[in-house]
Design a protein around this ligand. Structure first.
Ligand SMILES: Cc1cc2nc3c(=O)[nH]c(=O)nc-3n(C[C@H](O)[C@H](O)[C@H](O)COP(=O)(O)OP(=O)(O)OC[C@H]3O[C@@H](n4cnc5c(N)ncnc54)[C@H](O)[C@@H]3O)c2cc1C
Length: 486
């Protein structure tokens, strides 16, 4: 409760935690009993910060609208500002006389530099809280005291650590300050696409904000968690939680997910393995942040420096075909089109399309990382580069470069009915499922009756599989020799 209106206010600075529930910094702010200034700063001005991609901007717009409504129902308002965070905080403090500032931590190097500097310059008390992850990434250490490079011992370590705390209660009121701080209007930030307006598919698929996240969680727990271990690799019907963009923007906390998973497992379940498998995926996210914290330039530099000598190809036409979903490999094209249309791609298909770019086309993984960063609604500063380095073979605990996904076998195994391919590559919808993996193997008559003319209605493969595989392996061997002879 707000004690008196003459209390100096406290500033709650939202960042990757756009939620009211289980928000440690916000909880603290409420407990102080002070009037609260609820502030979001769009900052691409402080040194080193990476601008979010177009799909994330779409998400952020709607997420802030949703947060703003939730805050209004609790008696306060969200103040939106654009600029370098240090300047904005100083301005808001100057206008309001706030003597406390709180936020939930973030883990990129540039973000932490900004936060450290604000903490030391703030005229009053500035406190940070843990609200993005289950465990502080820098505290998980190997027996020798260093960071982990391999996932399995990282997971085991966390399983022996104290369990993640239970979620905090949702505040019922957010006392407001008497200061009428001027904020900006989200519509002036230009986050929504106009011409072309590519966001139609995103609008159909997603409901950004805390309420949308809660609906996804409920649906996953009641319908999917029990069969997650068996079905998670099948991209056809939705089998995974699709909570990643909500997690990315902090509309739901990992603690809420962790404990919801334990509760659903206890209430419903015989299949303990399925729920644990899902929690292991949450820990992959933790592992990515652990890597980001230890190796800050995860999106820019090969984790395995031996790959610095690897000869990536320059292939603008191949890169364009990959981005547009016109490689002639149906599972790859379906994935890339799912990404473009909905801002999201199934994990198995992220691996297939990623492998195709770095191995079949031998294009530098950083090109893929950048495209995903721009196109994914869940584009994450840790999981995106860590996963790209994993798939490229350049990362910590990576799939070795010589493991080259065979797109035909992958689609036979995981999209056997062809439902996924047919949904996103409609020009192949009349082709019998047995030819969807490799339409070029279909007899001429089958192609004709299905209305498929390779090279006209659907592309012929832009590179032949066996040739591409040999080329990638030969280049790897050549770069190994260079490294070994040095
Ligand atoms: C090349 C590539 C790029 C990727 N880029 C991103 C990204 O930018 N943002 C992102 O959140 N995930 C990324 N992933 C990981 C994974 O594909 C997505 O987290 C997952 O598809 C999200 O779907 P979901 O929410 O239904 O996941 P679920 O299967 O329901 O899993 C629950 C949560 O666990 C986390 N998770 C699951 N798998 C992984 C994983 N392999 N690595 C890290 N966290 C994981 C996610 O937060 C996810 O929401 C990438 C994977 C690859 C191969």
């Amino acid at each position: 409760m707000c004690k008196t209106d003459t209390n100096p206010p406290i500033i709650m600075w939202f960042r990757q935690d756009l939620r009211i529930s289980d928000n440690p910094a916000l909880c603290y702010a409420v407990e102080t009993g002070k009037p609260i200034i609820l502030l979001f700063i769009y900052d691409i001005f402080s040194a080193g910060l990476r601008e979010i991609g177009a799909a994330q901007k779409w998400w952020l717009h709607h997420s802030l609208v949703s947060l703003s409504k939730d805050i209004t129902t609790l008696g306060n308002r969200l103040v939106l500002k654009r600029g370098a965070a240090a300047d904005i905080i100083a301005e808001v403090q100057g206008q309001s006389g706030a003597d406390e500032l709180v936020w939930n931590r973030r883990y990129g190097e540039a973000e932490q530099d900004v936060d450290r500097s604000i903490k030391s310059n703030f005229n009053g008390s500035a406190r940070s809280f843990a609200g993005l992850l289950l465990h502080e990434p820098s505290k998980t250490r190997t027996g020798a005291g260093g960071p982990y490079r391999v996932y399995t011992p990282f997971w085991k370590n966390l399983m022996n650590a104290p369990p993640p705390r239970h979620p905090f209660d949702r505040p019922v009121q957010l006392p407001k300050t008497k200061h009428d701080l001027a904020g900006e209007h989200i519509d002036h930030w230009g986050f929504l696409p106009t011409s072309p307006n590519w966001a139609e598919g995103l609008r159909e698929e997603w409901r950004p904000g805390e309420a949308g996240a809660a609906v996804r969680l409920e649906k996953f727990m009641s319908e999917r968690q029990q069969k997650y271990d068996k079905m998670r690799d099948h991209p056809g019907p939705d089998q995974t939680s699709k909570l990643s963009p909500h997690l990315r923007f902090g509309e739901i906390s990992p603690n809420q997910l962790w404990h919801a998973s334990l509760t659903a497992e206890a209430n419903l379940g015989k299949n303990k393995g399925a729920a644990e498998k899902w929690r292991q995926e949450l820990v992959w996210r933790e592992f990515s942040y652990h890597l980001l914290q230890e190796w800050p330039d995860l999106a820019g530099t090969n984790f395995n420096r031996n790959f610095d000598r690897f000869e990536w190809r320059t292939d603008p036409a191949g890169l364009k075909a990959w981005k547009q979903g016109k490689t002639g490999y149906p599972i790859v094209d379906a994935g890339m089109r799912q990404l473009y249309q909905t801002g999201w791609m199934h994990n198995r298909v992220r691996m297939i399309t990623g492998s195709f770019l770095v191995k079949h086309l031998m294009i530098d993984w950083r090109e893929g990382e950048r495209w995903f960063w721009d196109s994914l609604v869940d584009g994450d500063p840790a999981s995106n580069p860590a996963s790209w380095q994993w798939i490229a073979g350049t990362g910590a605990d990576a799939a070795p470069y010589f493991r080259i996904f065979n797109p035909m076998l992958q689609s036979k195994k995981f999209d056997n009915s062809g439902a996924y391919i047919k949904k996103f590559v409609p020009e192949l919808k009349n082709l019998p499922p047995e030819y969807l993996d490799a339409p070029w193997d279909a007899p001429t008559q089958v192609l004709e009756t299905s209305g498929v003319i390779l090279g006209r209605t659907y592309p012929a493969p832009i590179v032949e599989h066996r040739f591409a595989r040999e080329r990638a392996l030969n280049t790897l061997n050549a770069s190994k020799e260079i490294n070994e002879n040095e």
